[in-house]
Design a binder for this molecule. Structure first.
Ligand code: NDP
Length: 277
């Protein structure tokens, strides 16, 4: 029960896979590669084993409360606590996807926001004092991506609660279903989901301050993965750098921040940094 433990969601490929690789090299403890699909997870573990690394594996679908509970119970019994949790799993519809906006809004928010809320509700009780949580946001999670000043004010409200934030996310899904979302929310469900995740990060930090738990959001950079249709110029290992910095190296004073791929803390509500890669 004394081993330190790191867990990465959605780690069978892409940036999550590279975060596991980096943790296996640098973290003094057990590293769990988790994936929703066991076969894809096993292949990813085998690929890292070929490199001489030794991640452990457990199935974890963040949209499935049963899967989350089974994983919680497994970790609680076998290890007791989690020291590093990287909420990496997410989806993004392609820009030419035929699915109606309403469907894209519901599904994107379900996976990228509501399932992260559920995963955290279930797994946060296992966080050890001093633990670190890294929420993988995006440059799309910058507040300036939301057109409405009134909405931006709501997201920034220092007293905003998780139920209130979830209500805002539901309002977006409703607006998308009515076709009235564009003026206030913009045209991207992915943006709304990642702004929601960044806002969630700040609330989670407020709630966990007394336990010395650090929760930060990060833009990993524009990375060559399936999600970016391999258009991103950064390798997955480059994309893993800022998440690994927050998981392992950042000063304890870095809390509730929005961190750019070059490891700079950036103002969430100020102007968005440029993306020079
Ligand atoms: P990929 O599409 O390459 O990988 C996403 C991973 O998430 C896959 O392992 C996928 O599993 C998993 N996943 C999806 N849904 C679930 C679920 N319900 N439960 C568990 N796992 C799930 O994406 P990236 O590596 O590019 O993205 C990783 C993170 O980085 C995401 O949060 C993304 O939003 C963010 N990001 C990426 C950028 C980029 O340029 N690539 C830029 C900014 C942010 P499966 O293989 O089964 O589908």
């Amino acid at each position: 029960m004394s081993s330190k433990l790191a867990v990465v969601t959605g780690a069978n490929k892409g940036i999550g896979f590279a975060i596991v690789r980096g943790l296996c090299k640098r973290f003094d403890g057990v590293v769990y590669l988790t994936s929703r699909d066991e076969k894809r997870g096993a292949e990813a573990v085998a690929a890292l084993q070929k490199e001489g690394l030794n991640p452990k594996y457990h199935q974890l679908d963040i949209t499935d409360p049963k899967s989350l509970t089974v994983f919680h119970d497994y970790v609680k019994t076998k290890y007791g606590n989690i020291d590093i949790l990287v909420n990496n799993a997410a989806i993004a519809f392609k820009s030419n996807a035929p699915d109606p906006v309403a469907v894209q809004a519901e599904e994107t928010l379900r996976v990228n926001y509501f399932s992260v809320v559920s995963a955290c509700e279930i797994l946060f009780p296992l966080l050890r004092n001093g633990a670190r949580v890294v929420n993988i946001s995006s440059s799309c999670g910058h507040l300036s991506c939301i057109p409405s000043e009134k909405l931006r004010q709501r997201f920034q409200d220092p007293n905003l609660t998780i139920p209130e934030l979830s209500d805002l996310m539901r309002q977006y899904v409703e607006a998308a279903k009515q076709g009235t979302h564009a003026a206030e929310w913009g045209n991207s469900s992915y943006v709304v989901s990642k702004v929601g995740l960044t806002a969630l990060t700040k609330i989670q930090q407020r709630l966990l301050n007394d336990k010395d738990i650090k929760v930060n959001a990060v833009h990993p950079g524009y990375v060559d993965t399936d999600m970016s249709s391999h258009k991103g110029p950064l390798s997955i290992d480059e994309g893993a750098q800022a998440p690994l910095f927050l998981a392992l190296d950042a000063a304890d004073s870095v809390r509730g921040e929005y961190v750019w791929c070059d490891k700079r803390i950036v103002s969430w509500s100020g102007s968005k940094p440029s993306e020079n890669y």
